[in-house]
Design a protein around this ligand. Structure first.
Ligand SMILES: [Zn+2]
Length: 290
């Protein structure tokens, strides 16, 4: 019996994603840099801050359509009014995130299921609020993932709990370039057999941090190092969620030698250093595996 590990599209062992909040106009410069390096990102927007006309600070509806969605990036929920769920009654949290989802979906004519927690998110709880309560109502609202914060680390793991998705690092973490070097050097397929799991590098922040600090060089350096690698899949948060969900939907025979793909995606995986791909609707007999 061998371990089985997810492989990203085309059998890739690594993925990179970015997540930026609040929709400030600095996002226009940010997204130019992402596009230059073919990096895909998720933009977490407050529905009450995005309008047809510019308020001088936020992106307009047209900006989002043209530069974010038009560039293949994702729009996700960040609360209608940027309120932290840990500080809200459940009924107010439900309104905050349902209103945001409804308004963004109406504004941009698409299904939006991703989220990043606004403000202190789930890191601070008031009035006896519990994470499990928030997790339950977000699940009921069909929010499938939500980014949290406060746990930068270089383990590069996919999340076990998608509603507490911990990024790898904030862009201002002084160790980010060490993390990037470690990530790029990793040869997943040559690692110890139990460590062939896929690796994800997930950067988050706010574009105004580059704007106010005039530290755009830092963004360019991060993107130039992480971008342009053949063994890395560049994807938005929801693309990663959807792909991993497809992988987890594969159906195996009891002895593990036969697999059926009931999803609409081609899915890749590795067993015993062999990479397999299985198309939508296909049943595959896995030869030469123990
Ligand atoms: Zn925010």
């Amino acid at each position: 019996m061998n371990y089985r590990f997810l492989r990203f599209p085309e059998g890739k062992t690594k993925a990179v994603t970015f997540s930026y909040d609040d929709g400030p106009r600095f996002d226009l410069k940010l997204v130019q840099t992402f596009d230059k390096y073919n990096i895909k990102a998720t933009f977490n927007l407050n529905s009450q801050c995005i309008h047809e006309e510019s308020d001088g600070y936020h992106l307009t509806k047209d900006d989002v359509n043209k530069y974010i969605l038009g560039g293949g990036h994702e729009v996700a929920v960040h609360g209608a009014y940027h309120k932290a769920p840990g500080k809200l009654r459940p009924i107010d949290g439900i309104r905050e995130f349902l209103q945001c989802r409804l308004e963004l979906e109406e504004m941009f004519g698409r299904i939006i299921r991703g989220m990043a927690y606004p403000d202190s998110g789930i890191t601070v709880m008031y009035n006896g609020m519990k994470y499990e309560t928030i997790r339950q109502y977000l699940t009921d609202l069909d929010i499938v993932y939500s980014r949290t914060l406060g746990g930068d680390n270089d383990a590069f793991m996919l999340p076990n709990d998608w509603l507490a998705w911990m990024p790898t690092t904030h862009h201002d973490n002084p160790e980010i370039f060490d993390y990037i070097e470690k990530f790029l050097k990793l040869d997943v397929n040559s690692a110890y057999c139990a460590d062939h799991y896929p690796r994800l590098f997930y950067v988050w922040g706010h574009s105004f941090e580059f704007g106010w600090n005039n530290s755009w060089d830092r963004l360019d350096e991060i993107c130039s190092k992480l971008g342009g690698h053949n063994d890395i899949w560049y994807a938005t948060n929801i693309e990663i969620y959807d792909y991993v969900t497809a992988y987890n939907s594969l159906i195996f025979s009891a002895d593990g030698t036969r697999v059926y793909n009931p999803t609409l995606k081609t899915v890749w995986f590795e067993i015993d250093k062999k990479t397999f791909s299985i198309k939508s609707g296909e049943t595959l007999k896995l030869e030469n595996i123990d």
